[in-house]
Design a protein around this ligand. Structure first.
Ligand code: ZN
Length: 229
């Protein structure tokens, strides 16, 4: 029996084949990146590249999928690769033990880039490269019990958010594992649509698990943007 049969019935055989030929890059292997990469590997994408420089700490285990107590002190991407290959040996898993920077931006060369970072500096780097090389990417963020997802295709992150620095950190204000799991699921859901050529979400999605308000915000390109203008 085909391992993807339940998914294939829903998305179609041709679409499943498209997934199996696609190459995705995940930047950041924390709460978002670890679940996002697991969902993609289970869904049967062809190749995934994981980029992160951090080692696993005990406080990560509250929300970061793929990691266990015995993994504390090891590199996230190395542990993630081992787990992901155990889950699905058909998928090619590549790792880069480094943070994304000006010198390794060509790692973003792929069908789709998934932002699972926790800062705007990295997102503007991703945006600059992806806009120039016309690579679609999906912004995802979560803090406290709130989250955001935006598909950046024929769009520009700088137009929507302007240049800003990350002002709040999960380390100081906290984060629930429920919001990161929700945001990852939505991010991967949009990724599956993009990779199989289906209609994707064009608006900014906002989730608030405190009030259970899920909202959509219209976004557009701006004139005279320093990145895409
Ligand atoms: Zn722009």
């Amino acid at each position: 029996m085909d391992r993807y049969v339940r998914q294939e019935i829903f998305i179609g055989k041709k679409e499943q084949k498209k997934l199996e030929k696609s190459k995705v890059v995940v930047i950041g292997l924390g709460a978002l990146g670890s679940l996002t990469s697991e969902l993609l590997v289970r869904a049967g994408i062809g190749e995934i590249t994981l980029v992160d420089k951090d080692k696993i700490e005990i406080e990560n285990l509250q929300r970061q999928h793929l990691y266990s107590e015995k993994d504390v002190g090891k590199y996230k991407v190395k542990v993630a690769k081992k787990k992901l290959c155990e889950i699905n040996s058909n998928v090619i898993v590549k790792v880069i033990v480094d943070m994304l920077n000006e010198d390794n931006l060509n790692v973003l060369e792929s069908d789709l880039v998934l932002d699972c970072t926790d800062n705007f500096e990295a997102r503007f780097l991703i945006n600059k490269y992806c806009v120039r090389h016309k690579i679609p990417w999906i912004y995802a963020s979560a803090i406290r019990d709130k989250g955001n997802v935006l598909v950046v295709k024929n769009l520009c992150f700088n137009c929507v958010f302007g240049y800003r620095k990350t002002f709040e950190k999960c380390a100081s204000v906290g984060i629930l594992n429920t919001i990161t799991s929700l945001v990852s699921s939505v991010q991967v859901n949009e990724a599956l649509k993009l990779l199989t050529g289906k209609k994707y979400e064009k608006e900014l999605l906002r989730f608030d698990l405190g009030s259970n308000e899920f909202t959509k915000v219209k976004v557009s390109k701006k004139k005279n943007c320093e990145v895409c203008g």
